[in-house]
Ligand binder design. Structure first.
Ligand SMILES: [Ca+2]
Length: 336
């Protein structure tokens, strides 16, 4: 009898243990995954800095906007005003309650040149008259003519020394505080146009690493005086050429010395124009030039009223080194 009693007890215990192991704990169902999507539009045609954003996202608990200018928002459909022109990567991130997330990124390009521009027109008394050209609403203007003079007038008039170039800028502020800046090269008769990048650029012989190299020929026209084109084994036959589809009338150019080693600087050169790439007309000739400073930009103006498809700068001598270097070359069109 004793054994008969113990056996069912053991069965009962085993049954209890078994029951505990098989117990199913109901899991919380997983929330649907979030999606992120949005669209944007300019709110006012006269304010290229302000945009409204509308989210088309789903299944999220939290929403976060990053506008690419260090500002953020947790609103569903925010409106944002950028302070400066620029290219902004706007990111929308949604997160659900299980911390799954989704992102969508769109780019807003507020191009400074399309936002604000200005004209400079010769008027009586040998002066230049400046006018804002822009579709934006402005609250204030600040002109800096690059010659030490400034103005806050709508249409200021100033006199500039003939034969000199100046870096002028216009700073326009909108009623919401956004800032648009236009920079232009000017001379006494108007705005000078940089046409360096308007044609096909080539050199007679490049850096050994090619045009894309850190010191390749493209560094001569990248707008950055701190980068340079360096040619090894310089032997006086280097030329730099720009070929245009339609002939243009160039009237000036600039050269900028590089960061180091004066003996690599250009010393003698000439500029030629051509319409077939075979027959050349000399437009300017410089001998014994001397860049006394590093990063020094010198402007050369030449008398030309003819349009050419080809412009070629022949650098016939440097300051004596076996290497040639130059930081920048610009070809310019003067006001007609
Ligand atoms: Ca450069």
């Amino acid at each position: 009898m004793k054994k008969l009693i113990i056996f069912p007890l053991l069965l009962l215990l085993a049954g209890m243990i078994s029951c505990k192991e098989d117990e199913v704990v109901p899991e919380k169902p997983e929330a649907p995954k979030p999606t992120a999507d949005f669209a944007f539009e300019q709110v006012d045609p006269n304010d290229p800095f302000t945009y409204s954003f509308s989210s088309n996202s789903t299944n999220y608990k939290e929403i976060r906007w990053e506008f690419g200018d260090d500002s953020v928002s947790a609103e569903e459909n925010p409106t944002h005003t950028f302070v400066f022109s620029g290219i902004y990567n706007v990111v929308l991130r949604t997160t659900n309650e299980d911390d799954y997330w989704a992102e969508k990124e769109l780019v807003i390009d507020i191009n400074a040149d399309s936002v604000v521009n200005f004209t400079a027109t010769p008027v009586a008394g040998g002066k230049l008259k400046f006018d804002l050209v822009a579709d934006i609403e402005t609250d204030s203007l600040f002109w800096d003519f690059g010659n030490g003079e400034t103005s806050t007038e709508m249409s200021p008039e100033i006199s500039l020394d003939p034969g000199q170039f100046y870096n002028a800028s216009l700073r326009a502020v909108t009623p919401k505080g956004s800032v648009a800046i236009a920079n232009r090269l000017i001379c006494d008769i108007g705005i000078v146009q940089d046409i360096t990048l308007g044609g096909r650029y080539s050199v007679s012989r490049d850096h050994d690493g090619g045009p894309e190299h850190a010191e390749g020929s493209l560094k001569l026209i990248d707008g950055n005086p701190e980068t340079k084109f360096l040619q090894g084994g310089y032997n006086g036959d280097l030329w730099v050429q720009i070929e245009y589809i339609d002939p243009v009338v160039a009237g000036a150019y600039t050269l900028t010395s590089a960061n180091d080693d004066y003996s690599r600087d250009p010393k003698n050169w000439n500029l030629q124009g051509s319409n077939d790439g075979q027959n050349w007309t000399e437009l300017d000739n410089q001998v014994d030039q001397n860049f006394e400073d590093r990063y020094q930009t010198v402007t050369y103006i030449f008398d030309n009223h003819d349009a050419y498809k080809f412009y070629r700068l022949n650098i016939t001598a440097n300051e004596g080194a076996g290497l040639f270097q130059c930081a920048e070359f610009q070809l310019l069109k003067l006001p007609q």
